[in-house]
Ligand binder design. Structure first.
Ligand SMILES: Nc1nc2c(ncn2[C@@H]2O[C@H](COP(=O)(O)OP(=O)(O)O)[C@@H](O)[C@H]2O)c(=O)[nH]1
Ligand SMILES: [Mg+2]
Length: 443
């Protein structure tokens, strides 16, 4: 099957690129251009015609990438035409009428690249991350992974496990031969190294995932404190309804912000109060859930009536900033009790001290996004495989101690498999290869 798709964004543009991949690419190009193939990878001006009537569609650049030296590993071509809806439509309807051709599914070119061994899973994921990156820090993270840094590290750990596995398998195949002491030491040291490495990778405060998905800030507090006013002010638009009627916000309202390159998902929530209204009660339940999963809580209270219920006090932990709003209404100093606590006194109405609040938020972000070079996990999928790998290694350790090598080997195989699944490598042949490289079994 040969697939094709518009690879540039939809809508009007100077140039649009249609990509084709598959065994019939050559045929499609010849039918469209009524000429022979251009030189591989050389931009060539061509006229593109409707397939049956030979009527000119547009003139543009053709690039021919014979497989396997192409992105997908198959024969590929890129057609650069003018980016108009009608040109694209005409090109599409010409190609789709050719036998064995269809529109590509989302991500299908990259999936083919993975299936044909051109890229590993981590690279495929990071290409998707790069395409959807909205802030500088997201771009940097995607590029780092695309360059293979994480894959190298995971492969390195996996090689270590494969080597241990080859020793353990040899012991199973030749049970009468004792493993020499130096090999036992090697197994122990390698295993410790892998376990410690994985623990370190897992203990990353989820920075990679935060960067990819956005740092979660929840605006919380009693009704009418100015929470919705704050989300509108920070996002510079009216995302939430502001009203003096208490209990206006019921659903959680989310918006994406870019604060100094850090991606943030900020949510406005229903005000916390005792309510008899069923819908409002559900909203308050959602609020408390949000509070739990937030990376940072902005607890907003009214300067004139800063009542701290137990629920509010419970929210004010080390991941919270106390925001006292409506300073414009204060006739005298704020309550000395509050003055002692760490807080920011603002007035959204008069745009006072908001800068200080933003600075506090930024500092909090900076501390949490300590961008060390060791961040390797960007998705829950990676975390789960690593955790499962670690669990199996712990089981292996226990079974190995009681010399139950058969069962221990199975745990080790599973651990290796989980590591392999992160990068997309699960090949038993490699284990066999590793055995023969390391052991002179005939000896
Ligand atoms: N005086 C004053 N009123 C404010 C300020 N911020 C918000 N308000 C008003 O307080 C009321 C409740 O605001 P809203 O954002 O809907 O509060 P929420 O219930 O916490 O979401 C509205 O009438 C706002 O205009 C402020 O800084 N000063
Ligand atoms: Mg509100």
């Amino acid at each position: 099957m040969t697939i094709f798709a518009l690879s540039t964004g939809p809508g009007t543009s100077g140039i649009a690129v249609v990509r084709i991949s598959g065994p019939d690419t050559e045929k499609i190009i010849k039918l469209l251009t009524l000429k022979n193939l251009p030189k591989p990878r050389k931009a060539t001006l061509r006229k593109f015609n409707k397939i049956n009537t030979s009527e000119l569609i547009d003139e543009g650049i053709l690039l021919w990438f014979p497989g396997p030296e192409s992105y997908t590993g198959e024969d590929m071509a890129e057609i650069h035409v003018h980016g108009s809806k009608a040109v694209i439509e005409s090109l599409h309807s010409s190609i789709i009428n050719i036998e064995n051709c269809r529109l590509a599914e989302p991500g299908e070119f990259t999936k083919l690249a993975f299936l044909n061994g051109k890229i590993n899973l981590l690279k495929a994921e990071s290409i998707a991350d790069l395409i959807s990156s909205e802030t500088e820090i997201q771009r940097q993270q995607a590029i780092k992974i695309m360059n293979g840094k994480s894959a190298d590290q995971f492969n390195f750990l996996r090689e270590k496990l494969l080597k241990i596995l080859s020793h353990v398998e040899a012991k199973i195949d030749f049970p009468d031969e004792d493993l020499p002491n130096n090999i036992l030491d090697e197994i122990k040291n390698s295993l410790d190294e892998v376990i410690n490495n994985i623990k370190k990778i897992l203990n990353d405060q989820k920075v990679g995932e935060r960067i990819r998905e956005g740092f979660k800030i929840a605006i919380l507090g009693p009704t009418n404190a100015g929470k919705s006013s704050l989300i509108n002010h920070l996002s510079n638009r009216d995302v939430a309804i502001v009203s003096e009627i208490a209990g206006t916000t019921r659903d959680v309202i989310e918006t994406h912000l870019n604060i100094d390159g850090y991606p943030v998902i900020i949510s406005d929530t229903a005000g916390i109060r005792d309510s008899k209204d069923e819908i409002e009660k559900k909203g308050i339940k959602l609020t408390l859930d949000r509070a739990e999963e937030a990376d940072l809580k902005l607890v907003v209270v009214d300067a004139k009536s800063p009542h701290f219920t137990d629920v509010l006090k419970g929210l004010l932990d080390e991941n919270a900033i106390l925001v006292i709003n409506k300073s414009d209404l204060l006739e005298k100093d704020i309550n000395p009790e509050i003055k002692k606590t760490n807080h920011v006194l603002i007035s959204i109405k008069e745009n006072k001290n908001i800068e200080e609040l933003i600075l506090k938020i930024k500092n909090n972000l900076k501390n949490k996004f300590f961008t060390s070079d060791d961040i390797l996990i960007t998705r829950e999928r990676h975390r789960q495989h690593l955790q499962q790998c670690l669990d199996h290694l712990k089981n292996f350790n226990q079974k190995k101690e009681i010399e139950d090598f058969d069962k221990a080997a199975e745990d080790l195989r599973l651990a290796t498999r989980h590591l392999g699944m992160i990068v997309g490598k699960v090949d038993v042949e490699e284990i066999l290869g590793s055995i023969f490289n390391d052991f002179c079994i005939g000896k």
